[in-house]
Design a protein around this ligand. Structure first.
Ligand code: SF4
Length: 573
């Protein structure tokens, strides 16, 4: 489908209805291309099993279609009952597995077309929505929602809820299709008709991402969003936020005009004004974003082309008033996970449980899903999902801590103290076999990669080093590899680009070091790099800062010629 076809389809879709109702009722295994595009706004991606694609195509058989269904979970905050419903449905209509996403959502994979209605309708009855989890709209709003002591949790939760409600599409199509018109079961506001006051008939040119960060904790990677809010009070102590704008990480291997970009400071706003200012930015993107080329349809290209000053003028024009200048953002602390035991303000505790690649399942060797369910049934008040794909079991009494650990141990679920720093600091996107965009593996090779890095660190006597590592199956960057210290990005089924030099707190872009390294040769690149890091780092200098200080040209010059192509350059230049 061409770029303009997508625009026409959205505008002519009768507000996200298209042929979905008819196609949901028929007995075919797959949706049409047009319906597939509209389904995304409902939180559903149709995919086919990439492991079987070639074999089926050769046999001239229909591809093995199923759907990924993504729940939108503002701030990653879920009640016990919401989690129980999600957990139950994983067995009933999916493949028994859940995946915590890098945007604090939850995904079901391998859901068949005939089961979609049951899944989405049950989720809504459990007060969980999939609406706008995908599509050309504002996506799930991310918030640093870990209930650390000293944080104004109510305020953070309010930001997550208010921004999500403001930008959720208004069309009744979602409720008609999935919950038989009963919008009330979702806890949403009363219907206001189909008009889309923010989006208009053609919705946005593409997706739009918002992240809200508590100062000092950049777990949401706030610079990677179209709009980031860092909650910093104004000079007179008024509660408010520094607004960052124009971040985005997706790029293409074949189009040098695409690039990752960090959001830049735009203004300071009070809490009361934040929603209006963010809406004005969304409206600028709606009206000025590139609707002729989806690979350039992101706010970051407007900012890169016209400058942040231009965006500010556009926003001020829409608001009819001047914005206050941005103020300084306090230094970020690290690391960016919330694992282990932490005290909450109310005296209770939360436990951050590592979930490598966000995959929650029960296997013969480890029953993570069951363990989480048991802890929630007996000891924890709620669950919070982190941008690092881990989960926080919250509201645990001091007296229950041992019992919680016993449940996890009984189901062979490791805690942070049982895992290596490399495992704890790594993320991967789903990639093959489910993602239609994947060029190579990510989630399935992560254990192999973390073993490799752990072995290399151990052999060099530096296994106390934590390297923020992100792996993706394509350059779209869903696991945010370009703000990591080490980013490994799929180029083909067997070869990866290696990026280095982001910092441990996500404020600097990594740079491309080597292109097209065969998976089997990654150790030949990483080994010499780690040799130099061990020998040349300054006291306390992290891997990313060290790599950035030396520069990719100097680092690449010393590497063995293992790549099918090699090029060192600054990724964002
Ligand atoms: Fe798919 Fe690419 Fe995103 Fe990975 S980064 S989930 S391969 S689109």
């Amino acid at each position: 489908m061409t770029h303009s076809d997508v625009e026409t389809l959205k505008a002519d879709s009768d507000h996200l209805r298209g042929t979905l109702s008819t196609e949901l009722a028929d007995d075919t295994a797959a949706f049409s291309g047009a319906a597939t595009t509209l389904l995304k706004f409902h939180g559903i991606y149709q995919q086919d099993d990439r492991d079987r694609r070639r074999e089926l195509a050769r046999a001239k058989a229909e591809l093995d279609y199923s759907c990924m269904v993504r729940c939108s979970v503002p701030g990653g905050i879920l009640t016990r009952d919401q989690w129980f419903e999600i957990d139950r449905l994983a067995d009933e209509v999916a493949d028994g597995r859940l995946r915590i996403t890098t945007r604090q959502g939850v995904q079901f994979h391998f859901v068949h077309k005939g089961d979609l209605h049951q899944l989405v309708s049950s989720l809504n009855r459990g007060l969980v929505t999939t609406y706008a989890a995908c599509g050309d709209v504002v996506r799930n709003v991310m918030v640093t929602s870990a209930p650390e002591q000293g944080r104004d949790l109510e305020r953070l939760d309010r930001f997550a809820g208010a921004l999500s409600r403001r930008f959720r599409p208004r069309s009744n199509a979602y409720w008609e299709l999935w919950v038989d018109g009963e919008r009330a079961v979702t806890g949403e506001e009363a219907p206001g008709g189909d008009a889309e006051p923010i989006y208009g008939d053609a919705y946005l040119p593409r997706k739009f991402k918002i992240g809200v960060a508590w100062p000092g904790d950049n777990s949401v990677d706030v610079y990677s969003h179209d709009v980031g809010l860092v909650l910093v009070p104004g000079p007179d102590g008024t509660p408010g936020a520094v607004v960052l704008a124009g971040g985005g990480l997706g790029r293409s291997h074949t189009d040098d005009t695409t690039f990752p970009w960090l959001a830049e400071p735009l203004a300071w706003v009070s809490d009361a004004d934040a929603g209006d200012v963010v809406q004005a930015i969304v409206e600028v993107f709606r009206d000025e974003g590139d609707r002729s080329d989806r690979s350039h349809a992101r706010l970051k290209y407007l900012v890169a082309e016209h400058g942040i000053g231009w965006l500010r003028e556009q926003v001020e024009m829409r608001l009819g008033r001047r914005l206050a200048d941005p103020i300084a953002i306090p230094e970020w602390g690290g690391p960016r996970d919330h694992l282990g035991w932490h005290r909450q303000d109310d005296g209770r505790w939360y436990l951050g449980v590592p979930v490598p690649t966000g995959r929650l399942e029960d296997t013969e060797h480890m029953q993570r899903r069951t363990a989480v369910r048991r802890v929630l049934e007996r000891h924890a008040a709620e669950i919070r999902l982190t941008p690092h794909q881990d989960l926080l079991l919250c509201g645990i009494d001091t007296a229950d801590r041992d019992a919680v650990e016993a449940i996890l141990a009984e189901h062979a679920v490791p805690l942070a103290r049982h895992l290596s720093l490399t495992v704890l600091s790594s993320m991967a996107c789903p990639a093959l076999p489910t993602c239609g965009q994947a060029l190579g593996e990510a989630e399935r090779i992560l254990p192999e990669l973390t073993d490799l890095i752990d072995g290399l660190l151990r052999a060099r006597g530096v296994d106390d080093v934590r390297i923020e590592t992100r792996v993706t199956g394509c350059p779209n960057g869903c696991a945010r590899p370009y703000v990591a210290e080490l980013g490994i990005v799929g180029r083909t089924k067997t070869a990866y680009d290696v990026f280095v030099g982001g910092d441990a707190v996500g404020t600097r872009l990594a740079s491309l070091l080597v292109e097209s390294v065969p998976l089997t040769k990654l150790g030949d690149v990483l080994g010499p790099l780690l040799d130099r890091y061990r020998d040349e780092r300054a006291e306390g200098e992290g891997f990313g800062n060290w790599a950035d200080r030396l520069g990719t040209s100097a680092l690449a010059a010393d590497l063995p010629d293992v790549a099918s192509r090699r090029r060192a350059r600054v990724a964002a230049s």
